[in-house]
Design a binder for this molecule. Structure first.
Ligand SMILES: [Zn+2]
Ligand SMILES: [Zn+2]
Length: 250
């Protein structure tokens, strides 16, 4: 299984990264976790335009799903003819919400390009992957994911405040992609996002191999996020997500 970080910028794209999007590949099968704004451009540096086999959307905030709209154009109006529909695992109101974002009529919405499957907290198979979805702690319906293949696992926090579910989901994972949207300051809002220290605390409790701090908001100092993480009691490798970085998981 290979993980490529396509986009790791939090809340809006930054100068060096699109919004959230992660590519997982195994046995030639390619799956995206989230498809935030700007990701479709950077994705083409790594795979062909039509090479996406499945998509999982953690939630329907714009920075995690908006490039579903231009990707609908890619698959529906390709000069090579319409492309097969891609299964999209997403909160149940995704078809209507994304069609509204695109300004599509009610029918056929975006279903010419996508086969939407409503998420619930469960384990399911997608191509060669076993995917676990769990509800995390954000103001809208939001899922964290764990993707396993060949005995290795990548866990992804989605957007979340402190979450016991995330610790369970990530238990023993090789890599935890954990959001660190905030700097560690007093009086942060609860149940919204994590800071670097809290991300590291989650990584320590879940006993993961590598912590990758992501959803990095461009106005924050990344050095400060790493320093915050160093106070979280996690003894494993800790690094900042970077668009284009790859992780080879056996
Ligand atoms: Zn976000
Ligand atoms: Zn969000």
């Amino acid at each position: 299984m290979k993980l490529t970080i396509i986009g790791c910028s939090g809340s809006f794209p930054g100068p060096n990264s699109p919004s959230s999007c992660y590519l997982l590949e195994a046995e030639g099968f390619r799956m995206l976790l989230d498809f935030g704004n700007g990701a479709l451009g950077a994705l083409q540096r790594h795979i062909g335009l039509y090479d996406v086999d499945a998509i999982c959307l953690s939630h329907l905030h714009a920075d995690h799903c908006l490039d579903m709209c231009p990707y609908h154009v890619v698959r529906t109006y390709s000069p090579q003819g319409p492309q097969p529909r891609v299964p999209v695992y997403a909160p149940a109101d995704a078809p209507q919400r994304l069609s509204s974002a695109y300004a599509m009529p009610d029918e056929p919405r975006l279903e010419t390009a996508f086969d939407f499957i409503g998420l619930t907290p469960r384990v399911f198979e997608v191509g060669p992957f076993e995917v676990t979805a769990a509800l995390v702690n954000h103001p809208v319906e939001t899922y964290g994911f764990r993707v396993s293949y060949g005995g290795r696992s990548v866990a992804y926090s989605g957007d979340t405040g402190e979450s016991a579910e995330l610790v369970k989901l990530a238990a023993g994972a090789d890599v935890l992609l954990c959001e660190a949207s905030f700097l560690d300051k007093p009086d942060l809002p609860h149940d919204l996002h994590l800071n670097g220290r809290q991300a590291a605390e989650h990584a320590a409790r879940a006993d993961v191999g590598t912590l990758v701090l992501t959803h990095l908001v461009p106005w924050n100092d990344c050095g400060q996020i790493l320093e915050d993480a160093s106070r979280g009691g996690f003894g494993g490798r800790t690094e900042l997500a970077r668009s284009g970085a790859t992780y080879d998981l056996g």
